[in-house]
Every structure is written in structure tokens, then in C-alpha cells.
Design a binder for this molecule. Structure first.
Ligand SMILES: [Zn+2]
Length: 445
């Protein structure tokens, strides 16, 4: 296959969406023009499919990104109801592609359809993001994402390794950390891509001289949190720890980090996605610099139509431009919107738990996990704290601090609560879900 590369923009697919080959060299007006053109293609493709235009009659009035708020907000539940095999109301076609499923940790599992064209766009964005981040892109890349079970991350990492021309080691998160470390040592692997929990385990539990070849730890799937970042920096101070992308199974890549960004801040792929930050209650836009809930509209003309998708993350758009000079705005993630758990009849939030634990020395939510272990009709409550939390937190102190927080107090002291314990354990002992994410609230039934 012969691909012609146009200096400013390359076709993302055989279809119409076009992406800048390097977003950061474009001026704000060029970026806006590219986004507007891609938005027009997205709308035209959706209007051309009968089922999609029936689902979205508002499309008839939408021309430019500024018209987008005329469309309804798409909730995860509505997406789940409209997804194959239940319904085809979001399908743009063609038929070939991949069926993925979101992890379903927050509510109903959603089945997604990514056409091969869209997969191509996803890989291109991933590659473009890594080029902006690393002056020395990966040459030998250990892919330790969770493989299979309709999860897209493993294929995404393999796809971007291919685009970068790197040598890929498709280990998956099913390889034991010591096996992964052995492959890194034997093959002089320079980059590991993994969930924060898995990657941290490999990097902190392996003798440092075995990982001499490693230059980058790139995480994907969730924020790494201060606690794991600190542990990795202590073990391997020369390894850069960065986000591969801010990306989800539903939307594809939304953000990327340049060399000046780390933690939870990403540039927006402005030509490929429209990001709105809205008030969680009213759905109205909040000013730049203020935290709100994210609505994501990926620009594409194949796969599934997603307009104003409520992705479930809270974030703010930074008011100051990045020092790298890019016109692509900066988005800082502030955690999952309403990260919460319903235990028996009570719903508790991560914010509430953190507020109760601050007086005990917990400064970051990644330092704790609240486990609810059912033995029906009762449950045991187990609070796990990282070793970096000051010593001395006791069940009595936890109960005392929780009294000011009605729902949390009800969970701890209600009639179904059999016991409350507090334990200091290594982060590796925190429970993970099947895809290697570490939830704040973990229930075992
Ligand atoms: Zn930048």
C-alpha cells in the first residue's frame, strides 16, 4: 500500500476525517479549521444513516461545533441500550471492525463497535501523541495491557508500536511480573506500557540492575496517582513515568502529553475530538479553569456515532497555554465523576472517604482502598492504607472521623456491618479488577 503524506495533514482513513501529522505546529486558526471540517464530516456521515438520524433528529440543525449543545447529552445507560446487539441506532457502518466492551466498573457494560478505519485513526492518534511526548520514541516496547475479553487497550498499544516502527513484546498483564522483568532484561526493552498497578509492581519488585535498559514507563487505563509515581521514582529515578494517552474504549484517544506535561494533564487532540466541560447538575458549560463533567464527541465517520458522550470523568480546561507552544488546549483530569459505591442501601463517594481520612494523614485517594467483604447478610469492612500514610490510624480513629459523614458512617456502623479493620499494606495488596485497575471501593460478594 502506498501512502502519500501531505506535510500539514494526512488522511486518517480512506474515509473523510483528516488529522494533522503534527498538531503542535499548527496555529489556533488552522486547528479550528481542521476541527470544523472533521466535525462537518462526522455530522454528514451520521445524517446519512437512517437509524442514526432517527436517533438524533437534532442533527438536521447542527452545522458547526458551536451548534453541538443543541444535541442531547448521551449517558452511558443510553449508549448501553443503543449498542449492538441490542440496537443499531449508533452504527455508521461498514461492517468490518472490532467489538469492544467497556469494563463496566461504573454501571452497565457498554458494547462498542470500532470500524477498522476508526481503529486506524485511534492508532494514528496514539502514535502522534507519543511522538509529542518522547523525543526518543520507544524502540523495544513491552505491551503489558490486559489482553482479550473485548478490551481495546492491548490492541491499541500494539497498533501504536507498529506505527512507531518499534519492536513489540506482547506480554499482556497475564505474564507474571518476574516473567516480564526477565523479558525486559533479555531483550533490552526500553519501554513498558502497563496499567499503573502492574507497571509499578514490575518496576518496584525487580532488582534495578535487571531493568537497566528501561527508559520509559507509560501507563494507560487510569491515573497513576501520587503514591505509585513516588514509588517508581524511588526505585528507578531515571525512568520517565508518563501517560500513553487519555483514551477510553468508547471514544479512542482524547488527550496526549507533551514533554512538559505529566500527571493528569493532557493536550486535547483538537482535530479529532470535541471536549465540553459542563456542570454535572445543569449540563451547562463551565468557564475554562473550572472543574466540570466531560462530554466527548469523537470526530469520525465510521464505527459508532457518539455525540456529547458523558464519559464519567471530571476535569478542567487550563486557562494558560502550554509552554511548549502548542495551540492544543490543556485538560486536567480530576478523577472519576461521582466515583462511588453503593453498599447495601448507602452510596458513598471517594470525596467523602478522602475527607474522612485526611485527618488521619491520607493526602491522596490512591493511598487507600475500602473493601466490603460480604458474608450475607453481613459484611466486614477493611480499610487498606499505603505504608506512606503516617502510622497510628486505628479502626476507632476511622470510625470517629467517619461520624461527620452520614452515608459513610451508616456503612461502617449499620446493622449489616460485622467489623471494621484498618491495615497498612503494600499497594500490591490492594484488590484489582480483572483489567488491572485498582478501585477505591472494592466489594466482594
Ligand atoms: Zn505542551
Amino acid at each position: 500500500m502506498v501512502t502519500t503524506v501531505v506535510p500539514e495533514a494526512v488522511p486518517a482513513a480512506s474515509a473523510g476525517v483528516r488529522l494533522a501529522s503534527d498538531l503542535d505546529v499548527l496555529g489556533a486558526e488552522e486547528v479550528e479549521a481542521l476541527r470544523a471540517a472533521n466535525f462537518a464530516r462526522t455530522v454528514a456521515a451520521a445524517r446519512a444513516v437512517e437509524a442514526v438520524s432517527a436517533r438524533y433528529p437534532e442533527l438536521a440543525e447542527v452545522r458547526t461545533p458551536a451548534d453541538l449543545p443543541r444535541m442531547p447529552i448521551l449517558t452511558p445507560a443510553a449508549l448501553a441500550a443503543g449498542s449492538p446487539p441490542r440496537s443499531t441506532e449508533f452504527l455508521l457502518g461498514p461492517d468490518g471492525g472490532m467489538v469492544l466492551r467497556s469494563s463496566g466498573t461504573a454501571g452497565e457494560a457498554k458494547t462498542m463497535f470500532h470500524s477498522w478505519e476508526f481503529k486506524h485513526q485511534v492508532d494514528t492518534l496514539g502514535m502522534r501523541g507519543l511522538r509529542a511526548l518522547l523525543p526518543d520514541p520507544p524502540r523495544r516496547l513491552a505491551n503489558c495491557m490486559y489482553p482479550g475479553n473485548l478490551n481495546g487497550a492491548f490492541m491499541f498499544v500494539l497498533g501504536l508500536a507498529e506505527r512507531l516502527g518499534a519492536l513489540a513484546f506482547p506480554l499482556g498483564s497475564i505474564a507474571r511480573p518476574e516473567e516480564t522483568a526477565a523479558v525486559i532484561a533479555a531483550h533490552q526493552v526500553d519501554t513498558i506500557v502497563a496499567s499503573p498497578a502492574y507497571g509499578t509492581e514490575v518496576l518496584t519488585c525487580t532488582p534495578a540492575d535487571q531493568l537497566r535498559s528501561l527508559r520509559h514507563f507509560l501507563y494507560l487505563g487510569e491515573a497513576i496517582g501520587q503514591e505509585r509515581e513516588r514509588l517508581v521514582a524511588e526505585a528507578l529515578p531515571d525512568v520517565t513515568v508518563r501517560s500513553v494517552a487519555y483514551s477510553t474504549n468508547e471514544t479512542g484517544p482524547i488527550g496526549y502529553q507533551c514533554a512538559r506535561q505529566s500527571g493528569a494533564t493532557h493536550h486535547i487532540h483538537e482535530d479529532a475530538v470535541i471536549v465540553e466541560v459542563v456542570d454535572q447538575e445543569t449540563g451547562r458549560p463551565v468557564p475554562d479553569g473550572e472543574v466540570g463533567e466531560l462530554l466527548i464527541t469523537p470526530l469520525k465517520d465510521t464505527g459508532m456515532a457518539l455525540f456529547r458522550y458523558r464519559i464519567g470523568d471530571r476535569a478542567r480546561i487550563e486557562t494558560a497555554p502550554c509552554a511548549c507552544g502548542s495551540a492544543a488546549r490543556l485538560l486536567t483530569l480530576m478523577g472519576r465523576a461521582g466515583q462511588s459505591a453503593t453498599i447495601d442501601v448507602w452510596t458513598i463517594s471517594a470525596d467523602q472517604l478522602l475527607a474522612a481520612l485526611r485527618p488521619l494523614g491520607v493526602s491522596d485517594i490512591s493511598q487507600c482502598q475500602l473493601q466490603i467483604l460480604w458474608d450475607f447478610p453481613r459484611y466486614a469492612v477493611r480499610l487498606l492504607l499505603a505504608p506512606s500514610v503516617p502510622a497510628g490510624a486505628t479502626p476507632e480513629a476511622f470510625l470517629e472521623q467517619a461520624r461527620a459523614h452520614f452515608q459513610l458512617n451508616a456503612v461502617l456502623t449499620g446493622r449489616r456491618s460485622a467489623s471494621v479493620t484498618v491495615e497498612y499494606v503494600d499497594l500490591g495488596a490492594f484488590a484489582q479488577n480483572e483489567r488491572g485497575k485498582v478501585p477505591v471501593f472494592y466489594q466482594r460478594f
